[in-house]
Design a protein around this ligand. Structure first.
Ligand code: AMP
Ligand code: GLY
Length: 423
């Protein structure tokens, strides 16, 4: 079969690698893809938001399955457009992708269906938000309602900072139209865990757990980024926690969406905080995480296409989802200055070191093929993943492999997975 993947990051590279392993697949295309994905798929210069062109391309090439990796096209309704044209697509429709597309929607859903999450209020005007803050307990968390590349969240220590935050989100529109509405919520403390899951509208099967490192610098300092590295599984995510979450968070979320007439088919990513009072939802995403996918998918034993088709056909209950009994760590190699300002266009050397090395992966994010070779083309450039028998070994392997590649302004965190040493 012919598969089209929509997106251009390390996540889409990891998806492409899983798809390529399926014996059912003859040809993979990726729109727009990147230099690394180009080694597995034919990249086509169509942007992820160019819906008409994507639909036309899928029709012309008689694509059997389109996998939408990114949040923007999902929230914008690409899956609906593909289905309208009679094409098969994997990912939630627009009315379900709102689970990620609107934080106010997701908070209201959790409240209505008693799914554990932080206390909150939604606001669509700045004055009311400021008035509410006068009596709030600090620190307090401000969130722009819409998509903001994982950066629309401000943790404010005091009233002054919080008022400044409301101004930047709602009045100065720092996160664009994402900030027309906002959520103000209780600050929670605890360990964060990412749990990705496959969903077919009624059945949900969770993948192995992972933990991201969102801040730019070691010791969780610096600005929030899209994610600087991950490890999987999370040793903090115990069997008891998993059972609790299935009963009170995962299945109730899927059932709530169905009850609202917003049947969810695709991937739900649960961002959880393991608080003293039990696991609570920090956020939902309607897609694989990035860089969570880079540690989760390489450990998946199943044929990715079989799982995806079961989701689309409402037969996920027939799938026995299995993961390897090992661990993986992904260290993101970024451009110095990310997530604010950084330079692009530097030659990347050493990529061939990964060829033929079992258990080591070099996922491309911001890279581009030029006549001189593959060059840096974004903030997050590569995701270097390594497996190991357990997390410690995976971590040593990943930090060995990051030395195989060099480029000017190469920047990484040195403490990805360090938390596991505390266990
Ligand atoms: P989100 O995009 O909602 O996942 O938020 C980004 C990051 O902000 C999370 O990964 C957390 O580290 C932090 N965060 C979000 N909401 C809260 C909260 N209620 N309490 C504490 N930290 C939070
Ligand atoms: N790594 C977090 C995300 O994909 O949103």
């Amino acid at each position: 079969m012919k598969v089209l993947i929509v997106g251009s990051g390390g996540r889409e590279h990891a998806i492409a690698l899983s798809v390529a392993k399926s014996p059912k697949v003859d040809q993979i295309y990726c729109a727009p893809g990147n230099a690394g994905i180009g080694g597995l798929a034919q990249c086509v210069p169509i942007g992820a938001m160019e819906f008409d062109k994507i639909v036309a391309f899928a029709k012309e090439k008689e694509i059997d399955l389109t996998i939408v990796g990114m949040d923007d096209p999902l929230v914008g309704g690409l899956v609906d457009e593909l289905e309208k044209a009679g094409l098969r697509a994997f990912g939630p429709r627009k009315n379900a992708a709102i689970l990620e597309g609107s934080k106010a929607f997701s908070k209201d859903l959790m409240k209505k269906y008693h799914i554990p999450t932080a206390e909150y209020e939604n606001f669509d005007d700045a004055e009311a938000a400021e008035a509410y803050l006068e009596n709030a307990r600090f620190p307090v968390v401000l969130k722009a309602d819409g998509l903001a590349l994982g950066k629309g969240v401000l943790i404010c220590e005091n009233l002054e900072e919080a008022k400044e935050g409301v101004k930047s989100i709602m009045l100065d529109k720092k996160f664009g139209s994402a900030g027309s509405r906002m959520v103000i919520e209780e600050f929670m403390t605890g360990r964060e865990v990412s749990v990705l899951s496959f969903v077919d509208g009624k059945t949900i099967k969770t993948m192995t757990s992972a933990q991201d490192h969102k801040r730019a610098m070691d010791g969780d300092m610096g600005l929030n980024t899209g994610g600087m590295g991950t490890f999987s599984p999370s040793p903090f995510y115990t069997k008891e926690i998993d059972e609790f979450c299935m009963k009170y968070i995962y299945q109730p979320t899927v059932d709530a969406m169905a009850a609202e007439g917003r049947e969810f088919k695709g991937v739900i990513f649960f961002g959880l905080m393991l608080t003293e009072k039990g696991p609570k939802v920090l956020e939902y995403n309607a897609r694989f995480g990035d860089p969570e996918a880079q540690v989760v998918l390489p450990r998946m034993k199943n044929d990715m296409i079989e799982v995806i088709e079961a989701c689309i056909d409402g037969k996920l209950d027939e799938i026995d989802l299995q993961f390897e009994d090992n661990a993986a760590v992904c260290v993101v190699l970024a451009s110095e200055g990310y997530p604010v300002a950084y330079e692009k266009g530097y030659l990347i050397q050493g990529l061939e070191s990964f060829e033929g090395k079992d258990g080591y992966y070099c996922f491309h994010a911001g890279t581009k093929k030029t006549e001189e070779g593959i060059v840096t083309n974004g903030g997050r450039v590569l995701g270097i993943t390594a497996k190991g028998r357990e997390l410690k070994e995976a971590r040593e392997n990943a930090y060995r492999a990051v030395q195989w590649v060099t480029f000017e302004n190469k920047y990484m965190r040195n403490d990805i997975g360090k938390a596991i040493e505390e266990v």
